[in-house]
Design a protein around this ligand. Structure first.
Ligand SMILES: [Zn+2]
Ligand SMILES: [Zn+2]
Length: 137
């Protein structure tokens, strides 16, 4: 029996709930994730769009590329989701914004071609120079 996963931003204004089991999770080293978070790498989980809902607050939306958008708290700036702008089938959620970050662990690295040079990665997860098993731009 799957129990819902909850999460939200740093200040608590925006809250969300995930109602079905995540499809997968991975690290993204792309420049857009780095720039949008100010962090060297972002960990994302992917869930079917119908399984994700905001339960409190209203996020701001930034179109980070032609067909994709990022949503974040307008008050504290925490990035919460990444998805296709038009009728997304899946939603990527920042794994570290979950209330319980242990519910799923990243299973791969994507966009290794733009990883920061000083980050040491010693896991044995599959590494992809580009988008890897799913598209994330
Ligand atoms: Zn906030
Ligand atoms: Zn990325």
């Amino acid at each position: 029996m799957f129990s819902p996963i909850t999460g939200g931003c740093l200040c608590g204004h925006v809250r969300y709930r995930i109602e079905c089991a995540p499809l997968d999770a991975g690290y993204c080293h792309c420049r857009r994730c780095q720039k949008s978070s100010g962090a060297p790498v972002l960990a994302w989980l992917t869930v079917a769009a119908h399984g994700f809902a905001y339960t409190g607050g209203a996020p701001s939306v930034y179109c980070s590329s032609r067909s994709y958008q990022r949503e974040f708290c307008p008050h504290c700036g925490t990035q919460l989701i990444f998805c296709r702008s038009l009728s997304p089938r899946t939603i990527d959620v920042t794994l570290a914004s979950l209330d319980d970050t242990s519910v799923i662990a990243p299973q791969y690295h994507i966009w290794m071609q733009s990883r920061v040079s000083w980050l040491r990665i010693d896991d044995t997860l599959p590494r992809f120079e580009g988008e890897g098993p799913k598209c994330s731009a």
